[in-house]
Design a protein around this ligand. Sequence first.
Ligand code: SF4
Ligand code: SF4
Length: 56
Amino acid sequence: MAVKVDLDKCVGCGACVDTCPVNALAMNGDKVKVDESTCVDCGACVGVCPVEALSL
Ligand code: SF4
Ligand code: SF4
């Protein structure tokens, strides 16, 4: 499992990237990209997204 990104909602602000303790998030152009094999489902990124694009 890994955090899910709603790419229609993501506005590419980058706020979630710095929040991830295992560096599973990176920007890919103007959208965030999840490294699903690295994500540990901690949920830290979910609460920082201003447009609720992230969910577990
Ligand atoms: S759920 Fe946790 S480990 Fe997964 S991308 Fe978000 S902050 Fe990183
Ligand atoms: S915090 Fe939300 S809107 Fe900003 S880059 Fe991450 S997923 Fe996209």
